[in-house]
Design a binder for this molecule. Structure first.
Ligand code: FMN
Length: 312
């Protein structure tokens, strides 16, 4: 049917990520949207499909030494180091506000150990306002932060045990810094993840050659922004070929065309990250443009476009 004849057809923006239903597929990525309150004056946060607050850890963490962020061509490097006040402060001070927004809140958690991840998942089980958990097994900025995301056996056991500790839907957030994204994605699926988010940042460096020093206090950091979009697209495509669970695409998404590229590659939903720093309204712009883009693709819902890439 030509697009014009489609223009009167109702477009359904809702998406299903395993047991998690979202009103639309536009989420904001962990670490780039604070705890949402900071963004309220800039964005109608209540229209978002989901919000991922900054990753929380069991205990408070002060994060890495400065510098923690460096602008790079078409992106940025960060080595924040999971600076946060810990899970109890999150539950007491941030969750009530987040829960009041009426938007699915996907709480990002990172444990130092397997048992800590599982304990955090259990602590957040059945708490009002927690729609899902995202297991951050992909942070390049903490010691041991990517072990669970690079070893398939550890990943599968971790997801399975977190799944056993909570009724809440679970997303596993994966790193691109591996030889086989497909192998880790399969492990997360086998462990029982409702969906897989990817990618977290790509490990990188910036150097002050005159001073012979790394520019980031932590030496290395995670590259994000438009610079990593091709890597993220590739990772989403590879994961989508390997698993049946839905994929949430992240990495350099800033426009409706970026979003649609991820959807065609295999993503059912997306997270916008670094763009929130330089165009905080991007999520609203993309959301506003989505119905027309789906109509242009001849679709009435996301699922009709997901993974429709033709490679031969
Ligand atoms: C300053 C900054 C802080 C971040 N903090 C987190 C975090 O706490 N947890 C997490 O899972 N990802 C974190 N990320 C990664 C983003 O969520 C996202 O996966 C990544 O930046 C790629 O998407 P983008 O290119 O749209 O930013 C952070 C990214 C940036 C730039």
């Amino acid at each position: 049917m030509p697009p014009t004849e489609r223009s009167s057809v109702a477009i359904d923006l809702s998406v299903q990520l395993g047991r998690l239903r979202l009103p639309n597929p536009i989420l904001v990525a962990s670490g780039t949207f604070g705890y949402a309150r900071e963004m309220e004056g800039l964005v109608d946060v209540r229209r978002l499909g989901g919000i991922l607050p900054k990753t929380i850890t069991q205990e408070p963490r002060s994060g890495n030494e400065p510098w923690r962020t460096i602008e790079t061509p078409s992106g940025m490097l960060n080595s924040i180091g999971l600076d946060n006040d810990g899970i109890e402060a999150f539950v007491a001070h941030h969750l009530p506000y987040l829960a009041s927004l009426g938007v699915p809140i996907v709480v990002s958690i990172a444990g130092r150990t397997h048992d800590e991840f599982v304990a955090m998942a259990g602590r957040l089980d059945d708490l009002a306002g927690v729609a899902a958990l995202e297991l951050n097994i992909s942070c390049p900025n903490v010691s041991g932060g990517v072990d669970f995301g690079t070893d398939p056996a550890m990943c599968e056991r971790l997801v399975a045990d977190c799944r056993g500790a909570t009724e809440t839907p679970i997303l596993a957030k994966l790193t691109p810094n591996v030889t086989s994204v497909a192998a880790i994605a399969r492990a997360a699926e086998a462990g029982g993840a409702d969906a897989i988010s990817l990618i977290n940042t790509c490990l990188g460096m910036a150097i002050d050659w005159r001073g012979r020093r790394p520019m980031l206090g932590n030496g290395m950091g995670g590259l994000s922004g438009p610079a990593i979009k091709p890597i993220a697209l590739r990772a989403v495509y590879q994961a989508a070929q390997a698993v049946r669970v839905p994929i949430v695409g992240v990495g350099g998404i800033a426009t409706i065309d970026d979003l649609m590229e991820f959807v065609v590659a295999g993503a059912m939903a997306v997270q916008l990250g670094t763009v929130n720093f330089y165009n905080p309204r991007a999520s609203m712009e993309v959301l506003d443009a989505l119905p027309a883009a789906l109509a242009e693709a001849g679709a009435t819902c996301m699922a009709e476009v997901v993974g429709t890439l033709v490679t031969k």
